[in-house]
Design a protein around this ligand. Sequence first.
Ligand code: ZN
Length: 184
Amino acid sequence: MKMEIDKRFRNSETGGYFEHCLVCHENVLENEKDYFIEKIIRRIKSLNLTEVLFEYAICMDCAQDMRKKISQHSMIQMETYFNQNARLNERNSIDLKTHQTTENCLFTGKPIPNCDEFSLHAHCEGKQMIVSIFPYAVSDDAMDAMSEILSAETMDELDRFKKTHFNGPPELFELLSPKRLLPF
Ligand SMILES: [Zn+2]
């Protein structure tokens, strides 16, 4: 099943589609290859609003290259965490066409409105999202738990990814923890 990429996964500045892969800069709308959209968002409770810390599209090839740079030990840890914690049964019972799949953390079930930080993930093709385990949201709690079981080497790699590719304002660079860039 596919559905049009909606507001959750559009460019938050322009409202338009993401057009280019963050890493190789290929046009993801035109080249008909699968790609992913990732957003890392923080909640400013005192102002009752959310702010995007980092958002991008990444093509399948670049996402796979990124995974190859992660140590095998960490990949196994991540897969184990995924298999043990992903709440797939609960998702089967909800209407995937609604926005419900990004209202709770895929792993902990924590309501996203209760998260100080969270990430959103979509698997796309052109202007469509592929509806499968995607799209989903990940809570701060789940990202914290997963970062604790990964190697220091992997965390360094995520830090390198952030330093190389972060394209937002400098004040947000400081706020963005590399552990929010886990490749789910
Ligand atoms: Zn790419």
